[in-house]
Design a protein around this ligand. Structure first.
Ligand code: CP3
Length: 345
């Protein structure tokens, strides 16, 4: 994989164009996803290696992206620890047994990689499929949720707009929050090492809701645990990508945890933030996903504007600032990827 565009850019080596993949590329905006989804529940799809592999391969086969991302979810760690997880259509994720007291936290298991073996099995099937593509060199990105973001789902019992209960725990019972975060961090490091051992070529840590935190709380309740996880990874030459919503503010702190790539939201000038990161640290993202709803002419213009910003920079992976929304037209996603692939530095 050393010669793949994605791995080279992630390690800040020269490439002829930026590699492209998109967060949530294996999902509901694709009619072919629905053909599978109509037959199985989301968790069945994640837990059946052949099906997880089929979905992982959809954007490789239909969109021609430069990296595949494992089909799974950030909440499988919470489930493995004892969370009663379900995904209902139109409702999103639910934990039926929210974690709110010292007893709830004590009841969570930490030695749980055996319960996530299905992910290792899926990775092996996906790698067979990717190697069948011959010399295309499409790497597989593994991933996990960051402790703060996973904690928010466990404490709230599902998605939340304001993270009220999570912040109440942080503010009134910081010792409980630390106990919970520390357990999740241990599980997450083991889980990512399981994925690396099974054969992923890169890993991304998703801290989707970091944006909800103040600088001090991000430092104490998020950054600290991401730092712990990254320091425990058996990285070898596996690039580590750190993503959060809020990265235009938190990027300098994210960099202190020493990922290879920082994935940036769309609120900031990408070149400017890259220049404030340590030399040799790559950046990913920065395109507002809402642009993919617009006319093709606009999509092309905005992508070119981002390219002009990054011209002459090494270490840039083209991506969105957050995931593709389910109702974005498939054709627009495909078009955006073509525009990226035509570009030359
Ligand atoms: O990127 C990919 O295509 C790979 C698979 C992937 C999924 N979830 C599949 C999924 C990845 C990388 C994730 C990460 C994830 N999951 C995050 C972090 C990324 C982000 O967008 O911020 C978060 C916060 C979750 C939690 C989660 N899972 C939510 C809030 C929901 C429901 C709402 C939504 O955005 O889809 C899910 C369900 C989910 N995860 C689906 C998919 C394809 C939809 C399931 C369905 O078909 O109904």
């Amino acid at each position: 994989m050393k010669d793949s565009l994605f791995i080279k850019a992630a390690l800040s080596q020269q490439t002829e164009r930026p590699p492209v993949w998109m967060m949530r590329q294996a999902g509901r905006f694709m009619p072919e996803y629905w053909e599978i989804k109509n037959k199985y529940s989301f968790l069945e799809m994640c837990k059946t290696p052949e099906i997880a592999a089929d979905v992982t391969m959809l954007p490789v086969d239909l969109l021609g992206i430069d990296a595949a991302i494992l089909f799974s979810d950030i909440l499988v760690t919470g489930e493995a620890m004892g969370g009663d997880l379900s995904f209902e259509q139109g409702v999103g994720p639910k934990f039926a047994n929210p974690v709110r007291t010292a007893q709830d936290i004590d009841a969570l298991d930490v030695d749980v990689t055996h319960r996530l073996q299905y992910v290792a099995d899926a990775i092996k099937v996906i790698q067979q499929r990717l190697s069948a593509l011959g010399d295309k060199q499409i790497p597989l990105i593994g991933f996990a949720g960051a402790p703060f973001t996973v904690m928010s789902y466990l404490v709230e019992g599902g998605s939340s707009k304001d993270f009220k209960l999570t912040k109440l725990m942080i503010n009134n019972h910081p010792e409980l929050a630390h106990k919970l975060l520390s357990k999740i961090a241990t599980v997450t490091a083991d889980y990512l090492n399981l994925q690396i051992a099974a054969g992923v070529n890169a890993v991304q840590i998703f801290d989707s809701w970091a944006l909800a935190l103040s600088w001090d709380d991000y430092t104490e309740f998020s950054h600290r645990y991401i730092n712990e996880i990254i320091s425990k990874l058996n990285r070898k030459d596996i690039p580590v990508i750190s993503f959060c919503k809020g990265s235009s503010v938190f990027a300098p702190l994210m960099a202190e945890a020493k990922p290879d790539v920082v994935s940036i939201d769309w609120n900031v000038d990408l070149r400017d933030i890259k220049q404030r990161l340590p030399q040799g640290m790559a950046v990913q993202g920065n395109l507002d996903p809402f642009i993919l709803y617009a006319d093709k002419k606009v999509i092309k213009e905005k992508i070119h504007r981002l390219f002009e910003r990054m011209r002459g920079e090494k270490g840039f992976i083209f991506n969105l600032g957050h995931g593709i929304m389910p109702d974005i037209p498939f054709d627009n996603v495909k078009y955006a990827i073509e525009v990226v692939k035509e570009f030359r530095y």
